[in-house]
Design a binder for this molecule. Structure first.
Ligand code: NDP
Length: 330
């Protein structure tokens, strides 16, 4: 049973020396627990925050101990009622091959209904983030023009497509490569897309959204947020989901200079955490599940094989190596 430990808190970009893949004892499931053999491990940008000591909405990872994260796996031994050997569960003990999991912290999932990995992505946490952030926080309504950054990633690709499926007048996305930009327009049906590395975001956004934007779904922060405020229409809303452009900064990033424009536009900017919106999960799966099954909502996953590559997969998410949800297959 191998598991990834955090050895030291990274400063700036995480380095391999900050981590170790450790051979650990096989966990023994106690009363009310199951032993799970993990099949897919999630790697997510928020994990960078847990590697730092700063208090946040989740506690920091402990030094010298195994890290945590979303995972799906197969029950191989059970001391819990309601879960049997051969069942599959979603739980929170990733970054390891085997985990002893309290049955009350495990959610049974059906591998026949959808591929196992999708419970971490398009039908899982990142999918719900897109759904709740767009529909609830940004109060999306038919006819809105929507701009989303990180648009080829797990959350962003779903934000754009849900907006289209629900009658957006125009959907614009930004991403970090020509390949990703092509995918947004040709496969996901975005009306316009640009590579933020090609030139100033504000200019590229103005060209892509000449009539402005009503909703900006922010995954990136920084110059993307500034550009979106500059293009915001009257009554526009900004849902602040993430700010990946600053996660590895050692100095505070300069902020948007045009925040006062929110006054003239009566614009609203609002942060949200997916954890507050799990009451939407049944509605989300009921509405989005059929779109995924019949292909109206498309998704990509970037699958890295092997627990030894768990760290590289995580660093790859921060670099942008992934298209869609990045998962590790064991
Ligand atoms: P993604 O699948 O979108 O992967 C992250 C992507 O960020 C990379 O693929 C990369 O793509 C892009 N990126 C990296 N650095 C930069 C940069 N400097 N500027 C612009 N883009 C960059 O991850 P998720 O979909 O899981 O997460 C997206 C965002 O949502 C993150 O900010 C995350 O923290 C946040 N989040 C927030 C939640 C909440 O509850 N509020 C819940 C889940 C996620 P590219 O090649 O385009 O640069």
């Amino acid at each position: 049973n191998r598991e990834w430990h955090l050895l030291s808190r990274p400063v700036g970009w995480p380095k391999p020396e900050d981590f170790a893949l450790v051979e650990a004892e096989m966990p023994v499931p106690g009363e009310g627990q199951v032993l799970v053999r993990n099949r897919y491990l999630s790697v997510d940008p928020y994990m960078r925050g847990r590697m730092s000591a700063a208090k946040s909405y989740v506690a920091p990872f402990e030094l010298g101990k195994v890290m945590q994260g979303g995972a799906v796996g197969e029950v191989v031994a059970s001391n819990a009622e309601g879960l049997a050997v051969g069942d599959h569960v979603l739980h929170f003990f990733g970054w390891r091959e085997y985990a002893a999991v309290d049955a009350r912290h495990a959610v049974k999932v059906d591998p026949e209904a959808a591929p196992l990995s999708t419970y971490l992505g398009v039908l899982g946490m990142t999918g719900l983030t897109a759904y709740a952030g767009l529909l609830r926080t940004a109060a999306f309504k038919e006819g809105d023009a929507v701009f989303v950054s990180g648009a080829a990633g797990a959350v962003g690709s779903q934000v754009g497509q849900i907006a289209k499926l629900k009658g957006a007048s125009r959907v614009i996305g930004s991403a970090g490569s020509a390949e990703k930009v092509k995918l947004l327009v040709e496969e996901y049906g975005f009306d316009a897309a640009f590579n933020y590395k090609d030139g100033p975001v504000s200019e590229q956004l103005r060209a892509a959204a000449p009539d402005g934007v009503d909703v900006y779904f922010d995954n990136v922060g920084g110059d993307h947020l500034e550009a979106a405020i500059g293009s915001l229409n009257q009554g526009g809303r900004i849902a602040v989901c993430g700010m990946i452009s600053v996660y590895n900064n050692t100095e505070p990033a300069p902020g948007p200079k045009n925040l006062a424009r929110l006054i003239q536009t009566r614009g609203r900017i609002e942060g949200f955490l997916v954890g507050d919106h799990y009451d939407l999960q049944p509605q989300f799966v009921q509405e989005v599940g059929p779109w995924v099954r019949d292909g109206r909502l498309k998704y990509r996953e970037t699958v890295v094989e092997g627990i030894e590559n768990n760290l590289e997969a995580f660093l790859g998410v921060l670099r942008g190596d992934n298209i869609g949800k990045m998962v590790v297959k064991l």
